[in-house]
Ligand binder design. Structure first.
Ligand SMILES: Nc1ncnc2c1ncn2[C@@H]1O[C@H](COP(=O)(O)OP(=O)(O)OP(=O)(O)O)[C@@H](O)[C@H]1O
Length: 358
């Protein structure tokens, strides 16, 4: 029988390198691909342009491919990444929301663009080093199951993959712990075995989001008022792009008690601050819905919801309140429900679906 062909996205890190090796062991015909996504053309030789797709990533990935004796290519996805990830990131902040660029990158760049190009060159699947497991349920639907190590689980950032995309996806490292993956990397003599995990947002290496936004927009970021929940002006803010819900640091307000951002109002350029109690809420609405384990939501459903990557999850009831809108009511109020972030629903270990908090 002819071997199934898999394109593995290689970022030069430990996880995707071991994923490539596991796929080879499992008998697939494996092709390594590194996507070039964000570095500036003029700066390609600069060391600090590393990221997950700079020169050192390509060098590392190429060496791993040589060690594993698999064909290796570098593909350019800068246009897709700029449009679907960087431009979206800037636009969302300007609208007073807090975006999640990794989720946009996963769906549109990794799964839409890379999957398409991979199928075009004759592949049957794409694979990544994400900590998650693709499973097909008894009802025939594909979904994601949390990774064996809860602490590394990345299903949150993958909730919006479609059924078609999931049916062409393999995530080989989801069954293992990070320690096991590092062990395997050593066994197969991968030089990248001790490489640290990648951090934060890849295209903003110094983590200064506001500076990045300012440099990537023609619209001038305007200073405005901090107001309290009673509507009184209590200070001046640096521009709404500097803030997110729940933020306490960097407000430069001394009101005699701790204050937090509770709302951002782009239409009036106001940042609303409140007490720690006012950052809590027991309800959210979401749109841009995508369901995995179920075809659609009918009636009420009891699930666990994660409202940000680092959230441990909370019990709630979800129900549709429009064609592309749902309401989620938590058993206990949750801190800092943030518009623009994803909310992902779980039934035990399995992803039910998710959406964008509005
Ligand atoms: N530039 C890229 N080119 C190809 N695939 C990529 C690229 N960046 C990320 N990926 C794929 O997405 C997966 C998850 O990426 P993420 O940034 O979350 O993890 P990572 O720490 O880079 O993982 P790794 O240890 O494999 O480097 C990677 O394991 C890899 O398969």
């Amino acid at each position: 029988m002819e071997k199934k062909k898999v394109v593995i996205g290689m970022s030069g890190g430990v996880d995707s390198s071991v994923a490539a090796s596991l796929l080879k062991e499992q008998g697939y015909d494996v092709i390594g691909v590194t996507m070039q996504i964000w570095q500036d053309e003029d700066n390609e030789t600069k060391e600090e342009q590393g990221g997950c797709c700079g020169l050192s990533a390509v060098d590392d990935a190429r060496r791993v491919a040589e060690t594993l004796e698999i064909p290796y290519y570098v593909m350019n996805f800068k246009k897709e990444f700029k449009e679907k990830v960087m431009d979206y990131f800037v636009a969302e902040y300007q609208q007073g929301r807090t975006p999640n660029p990794c989720i946009a990158c996963n769906r549109y760049v990794k799964w839409e663009s890379l999957l398409k190009r991979s199928l075009d060159i004759g592949a049957d699947y794409i694979a990544t080093g994400h900590y998650a497991r693709v499973v097909q349920l008894e009802n025939g639907r594909y979904t994601l199951k949390k990774s064996a190590t809860a602490a590394k689980d990345q299903t949150y950032a993958l909730y919006n993959l479609t059924q078609y995309q999931l049916s062409h996806t393999i995530m080989p490292v989801g069954e293992y712990t990070k320690d096991q993956i590092r062990e395997m990397a050593k066994e197969i003599n991968l030089r990248v075995a001790n490489k640290p995990d990648s951090q934060e947002i890849c295209f903003i290496p110094d983590n200064d989001y506001a500076k990045f936004i300012e440099e990537n927009t023609d619209t001038k970021i305007q200073k405005g008022n901090f107001v309290n929940t009673a509507g009184e002006v209590v200070g001046k803010h640096k521009g709404i792009t500097h803030y997110t819900i729940g933020q306490r640091k960097g407000l430069n307000l001394s009101l005699g008690h701790p204050v937090f951002v509770v709302e951002i109002r782009p239409e009036t350029n106001e940042v609303v601050i409140g007490t720690s109690n006012e950052v809590f809420s027991d309800k959210l609405y979401a749109n841009q819905l995508n369901f995995m384990s179920i075809e659609d939501l009918e009636g009420d459903m009891k699930v666990t919801a994660k409202i940000r990557y680092s959230h441990q999850g909370a019990d709630c009831i979800i129900r549709k309140v429009g064609e592309d809108k749902l309401e989620c009511v938590f058993t206990e109020p949750q801190r800092a429900i943030t518009p623009g972030q994803a909310v992902v629903f779980y039934d035990g270990e399995y992803v039910v679906g998710g959406g964008t908090i509005i």
